[in-house]
Design a protein around this ligand. Structure first.
Ligand code: SF4
Ligand code: SF4
Length: 334
């Protein structure tokens, strides 16, 4: 067993963190690596978000860059702007970006006024999502309006669109017949931009080329779990590595620093984390087989395999301290 000092040494500082203000979203994108949707309503209270923000800044020697995300953070505009203003008043810097799907961007004046207020509160960049999955729920015209109006306020360097090529030439996918929609998705998925976790491990992964589970043997996840500087904090305070939705490495229920310390101390006794850090999803598949897990014929990525195993374990009620929050596994939809 590795000692605590060794693990502490490998555990990186969290210098890039996303605050998931809510799991509510007007959309239900097939590419959502979480599992957000209109039926969810968990919210991170502003005071909690400030507490996490301060804790993150104090726990990382070089400070922590913050992005505010969801779900859709513009679904509760008063809370979003209150958080940004209060953070500024408290001297919390590092608001790198705010992310949105632009569902609310139907009026140029409204967009400019909100972006100006965020800029005043020291938001670095606005990030707008645009791709065929989002355009099933949000007209691409909204994304274009948001990008143009935000650029007028912030300048081009401070407006990021994921993705610009789609913003230029994309179209609304709402209303497409199912076979045509799947064809568009499958073609777009070949760009390799998707993380096959959360909802994206469903239809989208099936539409993508796959390989047998053995292909992912020997790919450990130490870099993504211990080495990652990027974490997300969920509305309920669960802390997940940036790319590993559904894996709770800590809870921000005390201070961020104490959460990190606890992770370093108790990680060797945590079966899911230990398996993934040591040997990736292939190492987790072995104990999972004892609980009835059987791999599919092919997987789109190692994270797709990981998600399938974790989902099986989660639905069996196993490892509740490591697998969650429940909504990431779509438990609310069962
Ligand atoms: S990908 Fe973004 S816009 Fe789409 S459902 Fe998830 S949170 Fe909402
Ligand atoms: S395989 Fe699992 S643990 Fe590894 S990076 Fe992907 S989601 Fe994270």
């Amino acid at each position: 067993m590795q000692d605590v000092k060794d693990i502490s040494n490998r555990l990186n500082h969290w210098s890039f963190a996303g605050l998931l203000m809510t799991n509510w979203c007007n959309a239900r994108c097939e590419s959502c690596y979480l599992n957000c949707g209109p039926e969810l309503a968990d919210r991170m209270p502003v005071e909690k978000a400030l507490e996490y923000w301060q804790g993150l800044a104090e726990a990382s020697p070089g400070g922590c860059r913050i992005h505010i995300t969801g779900g859709e953070p513009f679904g509760d505009w008063p809370a979003l702007i209150e958080l940004c203003r209060k953070a500024k008043a408290m001297g919390l810097d590092g608001l790198e970006k705010v992310e949105t799907n632009a569902f609310w961007a139907t009026d140029r004046d409204l967009v400019k006024s909100r972006i100006s207020e965020l800029a005043e509160a020291e938001m670095g960049k606005l990030v707008i999502s645009a791709d065929p999955y989002h355009q099933r729920f949000v007209p691409v015209a909204n994304c274009r309006l948001a990008a143009q109006a935000a650029t007028e306020v912030l300048g081009p360097q401070r407006v990021q669109v994921r993705w610009r090529d789609w913003l230029a030439d994309g179209f609304d996918t709402a209303g497409l017949p199912e076979d045509e929609l799947h064809r568009v998705y499958a073609e777009y998925a070949l760009k390799g931009r998707d993380r096959y976790n959360g909802r994206a491990a469903g239809l989208l992964a099936k539409l993508s080329p796959g390989r047998p589970s053995e292909h992912f043997s020997g790919m450990n996840c130490s870099d993504q779990i211990l080495g990652s500087k990027h974490v997300h904090i969920c509305p309920g305070g669960e802390i997940m590595p940036g790319v590993c939705a559904g894996i709770m490495i800590a809870r921000a229920d005390a201070t961020i620093e104490s959460a990190r310390r606890r992770l370093a101390e108790d990680r060797p006794a945590r079966p899911v984390l230990s398996a993934l850090i040591g040997g990736g999803p292939a190492a987790l598949a072995k104990p999972a087989a004892n609980y009835g897990f059987k791999p599919q014929a092919v997987y789109a990525s190692k994270c797709h395999l990981c998600r399938d195993i974790r989902s099986h374990l989660f639905m069996a009620g196993l490892f509740p301290d490591e697998l969650g929050p429940a909504w990431v596994y779509g438990k609310h939809l069962k």
